[in-house]
Design a protein around this ligand. Structure first.
Ligand SMILES: CC(C)(COP(=O)(O)OP(=O)(O)OC[C@H]1O[C@@H](n2cnc3c(N)ncnc32)[C@H](O)[C@@H]1OP(=O)(O)O)[C@@H](O)C(=O)NCCC(=O)NCCS
Length: 276
């Protein structure tokens, strides 16, 4: 992969985004742009089950980013199709991947979310497998140890040639691409991460077993979101060159206005969010 594109900070994604088999949308939401009054509104669009899950987090930062990610997902689904954000239902795949439940005649919406310290993101397309991963760059994972245990030999060699000061960022570039792929195929970490690899200076994925999957059917993108975050997107597509991706910061005023009507009828939400 070439160096990740630095995402434009100011351009907010359009609430009128369109999505289709050849058109994906990615929205992200930085939590430092949210005020305390915004949280009850975002919470208001979650399902009862999501609220219960949110309340189980021990740390407030985990609860908030979970709330943001799920509100963002529901907001994007409603932005592209209309309909109340709380009404979306999901099924869960055998390895935990949520899939939107849509009526048989409607376009088959495919969605994936990711959350990390300070940032939530969602990716949406029609029909195709899609996966997204965001990571906080200031984390200091045990790069050599994790790479030794989980990465392919080709990736370990690339990392070994990278100066120490840039190693964590390079590791997280590999990591986000690999997570985006395993999330797109729905297997999560049940998919061995050393069965495929990326090259930071060349596009595309490579498979240790060439019959395992077809690199020509994968689209990858990587964005650097300011100083703190890295994002990777993976889409399985029959003709990746035909796919366009509209990616940008989520339109927060739209999300909040969408949520406002639910917040008004949700008396317990503000108390719960502010009590912890
Ligand atoms: C679950 C997993 C697929 C992604 O985990 P993650 O990177 O921690 O989390 P993300 O925020 O990117 O994604 C989580 C979301 O992906 C979705 N998801 C869950 N299982 C999934 C699967 N098998 N496939 C695709 N998406 C999945 C869910 O919507 C989940 O959000 P929710 O729990 O709020 O409902 C899995 O790969 C995992 O557990 N990874 C471990 C992460 C880790 O060790 N990171 C260290 C980095 S140095």
């Amino acid at each position: 992969m070439s160096d990740p594109t630095e995402a434009a900070g100011g351009a907010t994604a359009s609430p009128g985004a369109t999505v289709g088999p050849d058109r994906a949308v990615v929205w992200w939401l930085a939590l430092d742009g949210l005020g305390s009054g915004d949280w009850p509104r975002l919470r208001a669009v979650l399902s009862d089950e999501e609220r219960t899950r949110a309340d189980r987090f021990h740390f407030e930062r985990d609860r908030l980013v979970y709330t943001a990610a799920h509100a963002l997902c529901r907001g994007l689904l409603s932005a592209v199709t209309g309909g109340p954000p709380r009404d979306w239902l999901f099924s869960i795949g055998s390895h935990g991947k949520p899939e939107v439940l849509v009526p048989g005649s409607a376009p088959r919406l495919r969605v994936n979310i990711s959350h990390t310290r300070g940032l939530a993101a969602v990716a949406l397309v029609v029909d195709h497998d899609i996966g997204i991963d965001v990571e906080w760059l200031d984390r200091h994972p045990h790069v050599d140890d994790l790479a030794e245990r989980m990465f392919a030999e080709q990736e370990r060699q690339q990392l070994a040639a990278i100066p120490e000061a840039s190693k964590t960022e390079a590791f997280l570039r590999f990591w986000t691409l690999k997570e985006a792929y395993v999330k797109a195929i729905g297997k999560g970490l049940s998919q061995p991460l050393d069965a495929f690899y990326f090259q930071l200076d060349r596009p595309g994925i490579h498979f240790a077993d060439p019959t395992a999957d077809d690199p020509a059917h994968w689209y990858f993108d990587q964005l650097r979101l300011g100083p703190d975050h890295m994002l990777a997107l993976a889409v399985r597509h029959p003709a990746p060159a035909k796919l366009t991706v509209e990616a940008g910061p989520a339109p927060l005023p739209y999300l909040l206005s969408l949520a406002a009507e639910f917040a008004a009828s949700d008396e317990e939400a503000p108390g719960r969010m502010s009590r912890r």
